[in-house]
Design a protein around this ligand. Structure first.
Ligand code: ATP
Length: 361
């Protein structure tokens, strides 16, 4: 199996190195036959090729690789698109049609958390919504008719809403059989109204799953008040983006939050940390690589389930268990969760643990 690896910007190269250390340990232990190929994206690609993301890289990811591990990008610092500053995340999500951004948030008994008992997954639509670079056929979904007025367009489609809701219900069937749909259909009658209509249509195919519909602002408060009450949460792109950062920070740190972008129909999957490139701590070897490590684990599990390949699923499980095992010990923790351990050392600790951890039957 071939994985494309793109370290990208900010803390990306540091957390990628730690992640690859861990994936290699799983590769050896479970005899996965993984081959990792590094590609450039972000500033490294801009310098060399004049663009932060080449179409050729996307084409190769689509046709020659089984999965992608994507580092973090400093989009805010990129030049305009016309000067090569293409949004790399959006490039992958739209270019590979990775519509399901799966973002778990779980508090751990042994870590300080503002949300004890939380164990939920936010299923975020990732190819449309409010993002100006992914909601128009031609042009961009943001415009300024005059210097003192700015407008945004939000795209919600039946196709996009149906497929993300279906993935949410499928996931709920493997978990606690509850799905909450997040909306603001009281104001956005047509866009959020269409999303809710799709949610209800899909719900009819899953009578075993309990559903609720929550207005986004109320949900933000409820997530803080009763984080343990939610199982799978399905949301359009922008709401899902904000709520997943809130959920993962409540769980302990943004640095703990793994995620994948996936398409259940094509089988393409990309591991990508929930957080950004953290320029404030880049190059210091102090970032927490857990988010990208867990993202890689999620991707191996996802690919294993699709391919009915137990070694891949075991590898995903072993990595997740190794991470918990390592951070349960306060002396092993990185700074964001109260420790002093550096990024590379943390990666090594998890890699060593992956090689030995026993998997519950
Ligand atoms: P970007 O512009 O790339 O989105 P940002 O700093 O605005 O970067 P994040 O990268 O998500 O947004 O970071 C938000 C805060 O969380 C920062 O203070 C950052 O240092 C911290 N943070 C994010 N990821 C990690 C991590 N893996 N380990 C430790 N701290 C992190």
């Amino acid at each position: 199996m071939r994985l494309m690896v793109l370290p990208c910007d900010g803390i990306g190269p540091e957390i990628m190195a730690a992640t690859l250390d861990v994936v290699e340990a799983a590769n050896t232990r479970f005899d996965l036959g993984l081959e990792m190929h590094e590609e450039e994206a972000g500033f490294a690609s801009l310098e060399k090729h004049g663009t932060t993301l080449r179409d050729e890289v996307l084409d190769r990811a689509r046709s020659e690789f089984d999965g992608v591990i994507l580092g973090t990008q400093s989009h805010m610092d990129y030049p305009p698109v016309a000067e090569g500053g293409r949004n790399v995340s959006a490039g992958f999500r739209v270019g590979l049609d990775l519509y399901a951004n799966v973002r778990p948030a779980r508090s751990r008994d042994f870590l300080p958390s503002k949300a004890p008992g939380m164990d939920l997954v936010i299923m975020r639509e990732a190819t449309e919504g409010f993002y100006p670079d992914r909601n128009m056929y031609k042009g961009v979904g943001e415009m300024m008719p005059d210097p003192d007025m700015a407008l945004s367009v939000r795209k919600i489609t039946r196709h996009g809403s149906m497929r993300i809701c279906r993935e949410a219900f499928k996931l709920a069937m493997q978990r606690g059989r509850k799905v909450a749909a997040i909306h603001k259909a009281n104001s956005f009658l047509m866009t959020d109204g269409l999303f809710l209509e799709c949610f209800r249509a899909v719900a009819r195919d899953f009578p075993q799953v309990e559903t609720e519909e929550l207005i986004v602002d109320a949900f933000a408060a409820l997530l803080v008040r009763q984080p343990e009450a939610y199982d799978v949460v399905v949301a359009t792109n922008f709401y899902g983006d904000i709520l997943s950062d809130l959920a993962s920070e409540l769980s302990g740190s943004l640095g703990l939050a793994g995620a994948i972008n996936a398409n259940a129909e094509t089988g393409l999957c990309c591991a990508q940390a929930q957080h950004g490139s953290a320029p404030d701590i880049a190059g210091k070897n102090i970032a927490n690589p857990t988010s990208l490590i867990l993202s890689a684990a999620m991707m191996l599990t996802w690919l294993g389930e699709r391919r009915k390949a137990p070694p891949l699923m075991d590898a995903g499980r072993a990595i997740a268990e190794a991470v918990d095992h390592v951070i349960a010990e306060p002396a092993n923790r990185t700074r964001d969760i109260g420790g002093q351990t550096n990024t590379d050392v943390f990666g090594r600790l998890v890699a060593d643990t992956v090689s030995q951890v026993s998997l519950a039957a």
